[in-house]
Write a protein that binds this ligand. Structure first.
Ligand SMILES: [Zn+2]
Length: 313
């Protein structure tokens, strides 16, 4: 997701982060069981201001880190009071192919985090890096076209290897794309029918303010591939971009009817969801409480079971 200016105060973050710490669940008799009861936030980025231990990739400045700190502790202090017990961490762009900070969080909070890594798709054998990360618990890989055309991107030898490896090894590919890439993704799904795909952030439909019918139709066209999932996420970024986000209702209803709730997963895209007046609570509330066409079963899949199946099974 495009990085937005950080407008939440540092003080708010610090206040929240002292409320709950890494050890908060350590006192539970059955931490595993209690983790499984809660919701799963399927898309969050974490980072540390300690750029000595975890340097930014070439071309990124510390000023790109907004907020300057968003550690697992700061994230969990926001997530846990909202009933979220597990989170899928998405490798942050400014660490590029160095997935160590995400892996460090996964090790420090066993069972709490799943990981979606980033590897170099221009490498000769990206599958080698993928398998090394998969051994450390990474379950998915983020891909995006960057400055390439969609055809050049999806047509590259590295992309062929990645789609094949994900299918062979039961992992997931997470394309960060706009609606223009949806036909290309459909062609790849036809070519690699076993490859599990999780489309980020509704394929960014509605970023300009309008949820265009042609775009929604292109996204729904992917439903014929049984391994395609969609993240219902980043509500701060699309449509009216204003809580309570009820303008997402018709699109989410279409996706529920087309994909079924078993292929939709909710996510916040923190820390970007908690800036500029947007809150964690408003994000979860849209799916948990507000869209009255969602059944209790729909909500259960979208808030927990779909992400559990894809990223924690
Ligand atoms: Zn994101």
């Amino acid at each position: 997701m495009k990085q937005l200016p950080h407008l939440q105060s540092r003080r708010e973050f610090l206040a929240a982060s002292t409320a709950l710490t890494a050890g908060a669940l350590a006192g539970c008799a059955t931490p595993d069981a209690s983790l499984k009861q809660g919701f799963i936030d399927a898309h969050v980025h974490v980072w540390t201001p300690d750029t000595n231990a975890f340097p930014l990739a070439a071309g990124f400045q510390k000023s790109a880190m907004q907020p300057p700190s968003f550690t697992p502790e700061e994230l969990l202090a926001l997530a846990r009071p909202n009933g979220v017990t597990r989170v899928v961490l998405i490798q942050m762009s400014f660490y590029r192919f160095d997935n160590r900070y995400m892996l460090d969080a996964m090790r420090r909070f066993p069972g709490v985090f799943a990981g979606v890594g980033i590897v170099d798709d221009s490498a000769a054998r990206p599958q080698d890096a993928m398998r090394t990360l998969a051994k450390q618990g990474v379950r998915g890989f983020r891909i995006n076209p960057g400055s390439q055309t969609v055809d050049a991107w999806l047509g590259s030898p590295g992309m062929t290897e990645m789609w094949r490896c994900v299918g062979d090894d039961g992992l997931a590919l997470c394309p960060l794309i706009g609606p223009n890439a949806l036909p290309g993704i459909a062609a790849m799904c036809a070519k690699f029918p076993r490859t599990r795909v999780v489309i980020d952030h509704f394929a960014r439909i509605g970023v300009s303010g309008e949820f265009l019918e042609a775009d929604i139709a292109a996204l729904c066209a992917l439903a014929k591939f049984p391994h395609v999932h969609v993240k219902a996420s980043a509500f701060y970024a699309f449509g009216q971009k204003r809580a309570p986000y009820l303008d997402f209702g018709p699109m989410i209803r279409r996706l529920r009817d087309t994909f079924g709730p078993q292929r939709l997963m909710w996510a916040t895209d923190c820390p970007y969801q908690v800036q500029r007046g947007h809150t964690y609570a408003d994000s979860v509330a849209l799916i948990r409480d507000r869209l009255d066409f969602l059944s209790a079963r729909d909500r259960d899949w979208m808030l927990r079971r779909t992400a559990e199946k894809v990223f924690f099974a």
